[in-house]
Design a protein around this ligand. Sequence first.
Ligand code: PA5
Length: 441
Amino acid sequence: MLKLDLSKVSPFLPQDYVTSRQAKLEKAASMLSSHSGPGGEFTGWVDLPRDYDKEEFARIKAAARKIQQQSQVLVVIGIGGSYLGARAVIELLASPNYNLKKKDTPDIYFAGNGLSTDSLLELIALIGDRDFSVNVISKSGTTTEPAVAFRIFKAMLEEKYGKEGARGRIYATTDARRGALKGLADAEGYEEFVVPDAVGGRYSVLTAVGLLPIAAAGIDIDALMGGARLAMEELSAGGPENPAWQYAAARHGLYQAGKKVELLACYEPPFRFFAEWWKQLYGESEGKEGKGLFPASVEFTADLHSMGQYIQEGERLMFETVVKFAPKGQFIIPNDPDNVDGLNFLSGKPLSFVAEQAMRGTILAHVDGGVPNVLIELPAIGEASVGYLIYFFEYVCGLSGHLLEVNPFDQPGVEAYKKNMFALLGKPGYEDLKAQLEMRL
Ligand code: PA5
């Protein structure tokens, strides 16, 4: 399913960059499969494509059908790992223009992923008087942004449909036992879905966290899981020929050789939010203890006309990972008898041929400019290829974190701003910190 081309990385690394890391990769792979080592308790995602909860999966599909029948709009409330995966998959598989399309599935809007008053007011106006449902997602059940948004949309639903009617339109995805959202969902009798204990937020797209909104958008979640399962089976084999091992070794080698930024590039605009998901996955997993590649992303060819200058000639601190999907359709460039634009040398050629040459030319130019290039090739964008890619990136991320000798499954740094925000907001229990912070402002 996935072809990895590292030929444009090799000139930048010693020949043995995979085999010299073989022992470490073996250990990393064994920690992942045996759920041991740093953060081992959060490696439930490793077997998820095979061992997912089948009963809950059926409930997800039933809930998605109910949402499709009841509502013209689904508001998905969540942030970070409780947001990016669903949006990434919906935009990649159903288009960033999904809401504009004529369809028999609901428009999907994302809320609770920030604190912008203007965005909230705009969203309320966009929903207008249409029927809507809400999927509130929070593993901890205590994150401020989604909690505030849920309070607002819950009140809107109750005003529009009454308490009982609202109950039938709210779906809560949260921890099986703990947290304010769990308590609220139990008390109110909402339909509940679980974020498994052993799966951290940024690895949760293939749980109810991602699957319910994705299914509500009409995407085939069986096929998505099927693609992920294939990746799980193929990548668990390990060994220096394994593309996950090779990619993890290349990333680690390049990092040690001074390349501190990994730029994820794709020539498909619907990939933009997938790159946002990828940035969280890698940024939160590797960026700790003063270490880690900085994950960034670009959209080609558009960004070749902006960031292209820096990539070609700026600080030599980056390498690129290009994701290339086979085209789904074909468009032939027409002939113009007058050839006023001088483009007849392209007449009769598919647009994808032009894109292919742009990619090939760019890779060579960037390599000449000192930017190593990893190329990941996949079949056309579809449930199976996207499911495969999700698992591939997750697995490489786990391996990479262990190569870097950090815990790839915690995120202690995310807490720092939360403590300050709670203190400044006057949350009970934070009085001393509030006084200290106020003095510094
Ligand atoms: O990866 C993470 O753990 C974070 O990005 C969380 O997903 C994010 O903070 C949201 O947390 P929660 O699902 O508990 O509301």
